[in-house]
Write a protein that binds this ligand. Structure first.
Ligand SMILES: Nc1ncnc2c1ncn2[C@@H]1O[C@H](COP(=O)(O)OP(=O)(O)OP(=O)(O)O)[C@@H](O)[C@H]1O
Ligand SMILES: [Mg+2]
Length: 453
């Protein structure tokens, strides 16, 4: 161990002494200057990296220095590092770089640990930029050294503005994933925006238009609405049985709102709802999607004598926290509307449009089979028969029906035909397929509501 430390110290000494560089930069003893610390949220790391690089580049004499000293430097603050200088522990080394995603297919080599020495608005500054380190429980931050703490604060304010202007999150579709404190900084995942035209979404007449007008269309009138003091912030709830197209509809809306920033959350990601709302507010127009939001209300009977779950309140609070004129939509989906209803009714105004996505009617089942069988040689009669025989089933059932018909033909080495559609229907409607039907979200035949057809 001693040997190792010795080697590490020897390696350190190969670098340049950093304190004299700073002393010269500031024209005073750098280790006596105040340090202003700016913690950085994981999802803002890459934006701040871009902004800082840009700001530093305005000074032609700026330098980026690595700090040597192995792992120990990670748990030392800038002040600690400077106070270690007399022992040869504050020497230059390599700049640590860290690749961070900036889009579905792009990434950027950010500065993971490095010391920027530059002038900002004529004032000498030094910024130690570092990622968080979960081993030492440290958060990502920038430590700013300046003669005047006011100048440091002004520089940081400028940096935050620039980071927002240049943010890589604008018009992206993102979700929270992985360990937000991980070395990879993989707190966010970028998704390719889905492409799903309206003609691939089969819903009762008028339903999709209504939802799209509220979620996407309203934004086109945002200036007028703001001028006239009307609220823009909105909450939309899509509810209905599993497999009827709630997620499918969300995908269409996301594909239609090309200029929107979209944050996808599932019921289990609720710890990120505050950050999601913050991103949405900063990147308007924005949609925050909360799928299966009933999950968060699941324990309602066990919390505080039957109230809704605290997580649901976290969601409602996040919705409340945004200004009325924010062009932000909270788009919620659930297949247990009744579990949510009470809590939402207690806090009126959060959801201003609730739309049922019901089991498809017979005409819609026909349209669904046509949609998923496009290009396949099924006759209109066969499609009608299959639709007629599948009362109480879901849209995802229609998709599976076509897949099975194609599969049956493929197993026989033939092109699919009407007989296969019939055979697939018989198979899926047989008693032994009861569980399959349930898994596809279709209601049990005995409970089929005639009203749906
Ligand atoms: N209305 C629809 N029009 C066209 N296709 C649909 C429709 N509904 C569902 N589908 C097809 O079925 C698949 C599953 O549907 P989806 O995931 O949207 O159901 P869901 O309502 O979100 O169910 P859950 O409540 O289980 O989340 C979709 O990916 C799509 O391929
Ligand atoms: Mg869904």
């Amino acid at each position: 161990m001693k040997q190792l430390l010795h080697e590490e110290a020897a390696a350190d000494r190969r670098g340049e002494d950093l304190l004299p560089i700073l002393d010269e930069h500031f024209g005073v003893a750098a280790d006596e200057l105040p340090v202003v610390v700016e913690p950085i949220m994981t999802h803002r790391w890459v934006d701040m990296d871009i902004a800082l690089e840009e700001m530093v580049a305005r000074d032609p004499n700026a330098r980026l220095l690595g700090v040597g000293g192995g792992d120990q430097r990670h748990h030392s603050s800038l002040s600690d590092l400077m106070s270690n200088a007399p022992w040869g522990r504050f020497r230059s080394g390599q700049v640590d770089r860290l690749n961070v995603a900036t889009g579905p297919d792009t990434e950027r080599a950010t500065v993971g640990f490095g010391l920027h020495v530059f002038h900002h608005d004529g004032s000498p500054m030094a910024v130690l930029q570092r990622v968080g380190n979960p081993e030492y429980g440290s958060q990502a931050r920038m430590e700013v050294l300046a003669v005047d703490p006011g100048a440091a604060a002004a520089m940081l304010a400028g940096l935050r503005d620039e980071a927002m202007r240049r943010s890589v999150l604008w018009r992206q579709v993102i979700s929270f994933s992985g360990n937000p404190y991980g070395r990879s900084m993989s707190g966010l995942t970028f998704h390719r925006r889905p492409e799903l035209p309206a003609d691939r979404v089969v819903l009762p007449e008028g339903t999709l238009d209504q939802v799209r007008a509220h979620v996407v269309g309203l934004g086109h009138h945002r200036d007028r609405l703001r001028e006239q003091g009307q609220h823009l912030k909105r909450g939309v709830l899509l509810y209905g049985p599993p497999g009827t197209g709630k997620t499918h509809t969300v995908r269409h809306l996301v594909s239609a709102g090309l200029d929107t920033t979209v944050v996808l959350l599932s019921g289990t990601d609720m710890q990120h709802v505050g950050a999601a709302a913050q991103i949405a507010r900063a990147h308007q127009p924005a949609i925050v999607v909360i799928e299966d939001c009933d999950l968060i209300a699941e324990d309602r009977d066990h919390h505080f004598g039957g109230g809704a779950s605290p997580l649901l309140f976290t969601l409602l609070d996040a919705m409340d926290g945004l200004d009325e004129d924010a062009d932000v939509v909270f788009l919620l989906t659930t297949n247990r509307a009744e579990a949510l209803e009470k809590a939402l009714v207690q806090r009126p105004g959060r959801v201003d449009l609730a739309v049922e996505i019901p089991l498809p009617s017979e005409a819609d089942r026909r349209a669904l089979i046509h949609l998923y069988a496009s290009g396949l040689p099924f006759s209109a009669d066969a499609v009608s028969r299959a639709a007629g025989a599948s009362a109480g089933t879901t849209a995802s059932y229609a998709k599976e029906l076509v897949r099975r018909a194609v599969l049956l033909a493929a197993m026989d080495g033939r092109e699919p035909g009407d007989g296969d559609l019939q055979a697939a229907t018989d198979e899926l409607q047989s008693d032994s397929a009861r569980l399959t039907r349930a898994l596809l979200g279709s209601t049990d035949d005995s409970r089929t509501q005639p009203g749906h057809d």
